[in-house]
Write a protein that binds this ligand. Structure first.
Ligand code: GDP
Ligand code: IMO
Ligand code: MG
Length: 425
């Protein structure tokens, strides 16, 4: 059984937690896009683990974890994270693999990310994580990127000098400090020894596993509405976090994928700039933020919070072909006397959009259309069986399923591993 898991909203749906849960029955967990802009949290007992580049399956000794060709990897972020994983007591040798085709996020990509963001006028800022993701993917698509395998080239130092010179022209143009090329050459020299033990032909590795009928689990980072093609462009990330990205980002064919699981938070959050039709700027939004601990796992920024948006969830169901939903954070809604679901966006002239418009200008003239349902106002985080949930909570979940399609596979009622109910999968 090969499973693709994707985020259905604007990220931070609880993908890390669900991957950790599903790793029990997988053999290989594979990241296929994004980089250290991701922050995936897994809570086991009283210990909280946050992973950025390393697949969340790493917390299960014995399972293989792969960084696929579609990822952009900052070697310094990775080395720091690998040290951390080892300090937590998990083995890496022989079970952690990096694609030689993955592109690297270099120091100058990070500098450019920050300089480009600073140069954008108010209203055009994206609110990036500052991890160099956009410039690294721009270099990849522009065909002047740096792949992991390049680190072994005899002319690697010259390549660094050339790239720094090019980046410096842009940095100076943006009014930022240029970088010292020789310092960069020195900085990256030890990377060969540090990274090489993990670098391999992951396409070959994954296909050997497929032939041996082992189960692959594809861990999406970011989410559908942050997708470069399907998201709220230009307020998006620079990769394809949707299900198709699992194939292009790993070299595994779509025909090998058996099911797609979408992770859906039972309300909505967003970090960074860009449209968010159901955003709450009132006390309800603050209640969601506090109860849900909605502060970025990577940047610590407070997340914007709002009611559940069925328009984007249905869109995510279609774009990804979601078979099963992993719905998360039901417990956060326990406090509300009324819970709301957005079913459309109403234009000033009364027209209601029930699909997500490509032109973001449209959204600025719309208000959300809400359906109100009675809350349940009792604690759900101790519930271990779906049937035992309050009737109003089940009615809320079922109404969402009616509106968005797909089946319920997993329901999460707390951050910890144990607070996960297996339903239809
Ligand atoms: P990811 O990026 O999709 O992996 O999600 P993050 O880790 O960035 O954010 C999800 C946050 O919600 C983390 O702090 C999780 O520990 C937490 N979380 C996940 N599922 C639940 C849940 O069902 N209830 C509550 N209260 N917290 C949850
Ligand atoms: P996980 O995997 C939430 C957002 C940033 C910004 C936009 C572009 O934890 O769900 P980037 O640094 O990628 O160029 O920033 O995308 N963003 C995320 N938001 N969760 C994430 O990852 C995100 N990764 C990027 O806040 O708005
Ligand atoms: Mg996150």
């Amino acid at each position: 059984m090969n499973t693709v898991l994707v985020g259905a909203q604007w990220g931070d749906e609880g993908k890390g937690k669900v991957i950790d849960f599903l790793t029990e029955e997988a053999d290989v967990v594979v990241r296929f896009q994004g980089g250290s802009n991701a922050g995936h949290t897994v809570v086991v007992g009283d210990k909280k683990y946050v992973l950025h580049l390393v697949p969340s399956g790493i917390l299960h000794n014995g399972k293989h974890c792969v960084i696929g060709n579609g990822v952009v990897m900052d070697p310094f972020d990775l080395m720091r994270e690998l040290e951390q994983v080892e300090s937590w007591g998990f083995e890496l040798k022989g079970r952690f693999h990096i694609s030689e085709r993955a592109h690297m996020v270099m120091q100058w990509h990070r500098a450019l990310d920050k300089a480009e963001e600073a140069a954008r006028p108010e209203g055009e800022k994206i609110g990036t994580t500052g991890r160099g993701i956009g410039p690294a993917y721009a270099a990849k698509v522009g065909r002047f990127g740096m792949r992991v395998g390049d680190i072994l080239r005899p002319d690697f130092a010259d390549l660094v000098r050339k790239q720094v010179a090019e980046a410096n022209r842009k940095l100076v143009g943006l009014g930022a400090q240029p970088l010292d090329a020789e310092e960069m050459v020195r900085l990256y020299a030890p990377m060969v020894a540090a990274l090489m033990p993990y670098v391999t032909d992951t396409i070959q590795f994954l296909h050997e596993n497929l032939e041996a009928k082992r189960s692959l689990l594809f861990e999406g980072a970011q989410a559908t509405m942050l997708d470069i093609d399907f998201g709220t462009y230009p307020f998006v990330t620079s990769s394809n976090p949707t299900a198709g990205g699992a194939c292009t980002g790993t070299g595994v064919s779509p025909r090998a994928i058996d099911r797609v699981i979408g992770v859906l938070k039972l309300y909505t959050t967003r970090v960074g700039e860009g449209p968010f039709p159901t955003e709450l700027l009132d006390a309800d939004g603050e209640t969601l933020r506090q109860r849900g601990g909605e502060f970025g796992a990577t940047t610590g920024r407070p997340r914007r919070c709002g009611w559940f948006d069925a328009v984007i969830a249905r869109y995510a169901q279609r774009v990804n072909g979601v078979d099963f939903w992993a719905m998360t954070k039901l417990d956060v809604l326990d406090a509300f006397p009324v819970v709301k679901i957005c079913t459309g966006y109403r234009r000033e002239d009364g027209f209601v959009y029930t699909t997500f418009p490509a032109d973001l200008e449209v959204l600025s003239h719309c208000t959300p259309v809400y359906e109100e349902l009675p809350g349940w106002q009792c604690e759900t985080s101790k519930v271990t069986d779906y049937a035992a949930l309050p009737e109003n909570a089940k009615a809320y979940v079922n109404r969402i399923l009616d509106l968005v399609g797909g089946k319920l596979g997993v329901l999460s009622v707390g951050p910890a591993r144990e607070t996960t109910l297996r339903i239809g999968i």
